[in-house]
Design a protein around this ligand. Structure first.
Ligand code: ADP
Ligand code: MG
Length: 447
């Protein structure tokens, strides 16, 4: 199958050609027709499988080939959990809009609010945004979503993890009309809250799921080294980095202070190194990511802030200097290598503190890793025994269950009464505008 088999505008096909892309990936093959049909979609596939174009192409096609419902409101809104991801999607989008007369705008947390308000007043057709900041603008009435035709949630599970459910609901409410289409993408659908929010935001969605979310990318060779302590870890790390020639390397650490300390250490050893953590100012983060993606440094040391979705084509090695707390995060971290069909390596350094998290990763992946060793740096540590399932833990859990407050009754509309509103033929423009400030909206800083 070729992209030209979809009914896509010539200009989009030309842009794809310029990107050197001709054959759709599996998720694209299955999602693009749904996107074009106007139906709602809930889709998942492993990282690096091309989800971005799976929603950008139908979005662009819609804008090009249909008349806008409103001249002023954005036609397409794409929401992403982090500023880095939004920036990345925006740069792919720019390549697609370049050939057309349509305006795209990026609205991120951490950037100047008034400048964004001015840019919104210029009526962009497509807005790529992080949910907290977009909800703030909505509250300030810097934009209306009554004319929104397509709402896209990328990395939906991550947005929920970051606590954006309320903002997503507010945005949904502001664009709640009959002709709105919603596409929801995620690397995993094994997420409690995701089905809840999907039931509220999507109407009879088509489900597309390519591979299980815990299926590992076969192009990534994974190795695990046991370590006795921090000093041992650092020695192993340096040996591994010097052993082989790597293109670019991402090293994940547990905390920001580890990130900075390790980056300094690696720089002292002569590696060109950048470090990135969520606490940095947006402009600094942009600059770091930009430089790293252009190959100015070989190594990026970071916390999980960079583990989702980032598409860095030259990363050939990912190192878990510390194991992630959430097993699922492991898949996202190692998914930073072997992008777009390339090969990659992933190395995990597992010390006593990492042991529980490491076991969780093995459980999640349903596999047991063989352990690797380096001569001269063999560990004494050989894993911890499983904790006996004693009474205290269970008793504590029972107590927790007892004291947990009852879940408040859901106040969200059921699908039934939503449908009823439209029996009268009410359409675009009649959805309740967010004229009243919503007390539920909060200024939540994006990650
Ligand atoms: P995901 O969102 O699923 O993690 P991305 O959309 O970030 O994946 O895509 C990963 C990489 O694959 C990007 O560099 C993108 O340009 C590339 N890519 C996307 N679609 C194709 C395709 N059909 N053929 C070749 N490369 C592609
Ligand atoms: Mg993605």
């Amino acid at each position: 199958m070729q992209f030209s088999d979809f009914s896509l505008d010539k200009r989009l096909l030309t842009s794809l050609e310029h990107m050197g892309i001709d054959k759709p990936t599996e998720i694209q093959e299955q999602s693009i027709p749904v996107g074009l049909s106007g139906k709602d979609l809930m889709a998942s596939s492993k990282t690096g499988s091309g989800k971005t174009l799976a929603f950008l192409l139908p979005a662009m096609q819609r804008i090009i080939s249909t008349k806008a419902l409103s001249k002023r409101d954005p036609r397409v809104l794409i929401l992403l959990p982090t500023r880095e991801l939004a920036t990345q999607v925006y740069s792919q989008l720019r390549l697609l809009v370049a050939n057309t007369q349509y305006k795209a705008l990026k609205i991120l947390g951490g950037e100047n609010f008034n400048d964004q308000a001015k840019a919104l007043a210029r009526d962009p057709h497509i807005v790529v945004a992080t949910p907290g900041r977009l909800a703030d603008h909505l509250k300030q009435r810097h934009l209306y979503l009554n004319g929104l035709e397509l709402l896209i949630l990328d990395e939906a599970d991550r947005m929920l993890d970051l606590g954006f459910a309320e903002q997503l609901r507010a945005i949904n409410q502001a664009a709640d009309h009959k002709r709105r289409q919603t596409l929801m993408f995620s690397a995993t659908l094994d997420h409690g809250e995701i089905n809840e929010i999907a039931a509220e935001l999507l109407k009879e969605p088509v489900h597309v799921s390519i591979g299980a979310s815990n299926v590992e990318n076969q192009d990534i060779t994974q190795k695990v080294y046991l370590c006795d302590n921090l000093g041992h870890k650092e020695k192993l790390l340096l040996t591994l980095l010097k052993q082989e020639q790597h293109k670019q390397v991402i090293i994940f650490t547990a905390t920001r202070s580890d990130t900075d300390r390790l980056a300094t250490k690696l720089a002292d050893e002569g590696f060109t190194t950048a470090s990135l953590s969520g606490e940095l100012k947006q402009s600094a983060r942009n600059q770091i990511m930009d430089q790293f993606s252009r190959g100015q440094q070989q190594i990026l040391v970071t916390t999980d802030v960079a583990s989702r979705g980032l598409d860095l084509l030259n990363v050939s090695l990912v190192i878990n200097f510390d194991m992630p707390k959430l097993a699922e995060e492991y898949i996202h971290r190692i998914g930073r290598t072997a992008r777009a069909g390339a090969k990659g390596d992933a190395i995990s350094l597992v010390g006593p503190k990492d042991w529980d998290n490491f076991k969780q990763v093995q459980l999640f992946l349903r596999r047991t890793f063989e352990l690797s060793e380096i001569a001269g740096l063999k560990p004494k540590f050989s894993g911890l025994k499983a904790k006996p399932k004693g009474k205290p833990a269970t008793a504590k859990k029972a107590a927790q269950n007892k004291t947990r407050p009852a879940k408040p009754k859901s106040t969200t509309k059921t699908k039934d009464n939503r449908d009823k509103r439209f029996i009268t033929g009410v359409d675009i423009g009649d959805a309740p505008m967010l004229r009243k400030p919503k007390s539920t909206l909060q200024d939540t800083p994006e990650e």
